[in-house]
Design a protein around this ligand. Structure first.
Ligand SMILES: Nc1nc2c(c(=O)[nH]1)N=C([C@H](O)[C@@H](O)CO)CN2
Length: 118
């Protein structure tokens, strides 16, 4: 199975359960892996035949800005739904880290995995 990945994508956005969090922006860091057969793109060296990681990165940033929510779980699930509606994705894994959330921890967050890894 081939994988398109994005590692350490930094997004500054409004996210959080508590009232004070709705007035500020906080850092989220995304790691994304999407199963995708690279052979169609590799055959004729064509970007149009693959999932463009730059486009997906932009999409994630915009999605966060346009869809403020309380929980990382909600953001992650909605983001996966949105990506699956745009691309034919058999398997996806998204890690969302909120490094500033717990002072004693270097980072906290969630990992969502959907579909079958080929
Ligand atoms: N499982 C989760 N736990 C917590 C979340 C979350 O999104 N998922 N969020 C918070 C607060 O927003 C926190 O980040 C503020 O310190 C707490 N726990």
């Amino acid at each position: 199975m081939d994988i398109i990945f994005i590692e350490g994508l930094k997004v500054n956005t409004t996210i959080g359960y508590y009232e004070w969090e709705k007035q500020i922006k906080q850092l989220l860091v995304f790691d994304v892996e999407i199963a995708s057969d690279v052979r169609p793109a590799a055959e004729n060296d064509e970007l149009a035949k693959t999932i463009d990681y730059a486009v997906v990165s932009e999409f994630i940033d915009s999605f966060c800005q346009l869809n403020p929510v309380d929980l990382l779980e909600t953001l992650g699930q909605r983001l996966v739904d949105a990506l699956q509606s745009q691309y034919a994705i058999d398997w996806i894994r998204i890690k969302i880290a909120k490094p500033g959330a717990v002072e004693q921890a270097s980072s906290v967050g969630i990992i969502i995995e959907r579909g079958k890894r080929g």
